[in-house]
Design a protein around this ligand. Sequence first.
Ligand code: ADP
Length: 195
Amino acid sequence: MRLLLLAPPGAGKGTQGELLAARFGVRHIAAGDLLRAEAQTGGPLGRQIADCQARGDLVPDQIVFDVLVPAVVEAAARGGYILDGFPRTLAQATAAAELGARLDLTLDAVVYLYAPQDVLTRRLLGRAAEAGRSDDTADVIRHRLSVFEETTGPLVGYYQERGILVTVNADQLPQSVTAEIEERLSGLIQTRPGP
Ligand code: ADP
């Protein structure tokens, strides 16, 4: 199973990514987590990543590729992945598609999770009170949501045109979101023309 989760901050990509990875027995690759781990190693690259993340800006595409591609290639060799938070720009999507074609890795589906802006903001502020991520402050949350809308939003149309997008309402209990994703995925895979 090779699946991509496309969702604004606060929609629950991380939660669904973990649940789906367990369900399909594949690795959950969270772009934000891998970048945060790289940032923790210190060094100039780490500092650049940490600065982008703290501001709520996207990390430059080349750095994202250097950090993500080895994990994706390794997971692909072990049966697949649930990729959460990558690609996040059209340039990343095009580069990922080229890499996929070269390695003969087609995506099974892209799951787009959506929820109203006020629900997303409320969830992120709630998490800020518990966990304390450097980018979970009101101003940075507003910026991350607008970066999603402007830069990542166009990927919805990009994958829709390719006939692999399923759209799921994320404003429900986590287990209901998972159930809806599974239902929509089996619908997509059943209706797909055979080889
Ligand atoms: P959220 O979706 O709530 O913003 P993530 O952990 O997915 O949380 O991402 C946190 C931050 O990590 C982003 O604001 C951005 O700085 C960086 N990041 C994650 N994925 C990417 C990506 N594919 N391209 C560029 N930057 C990324």
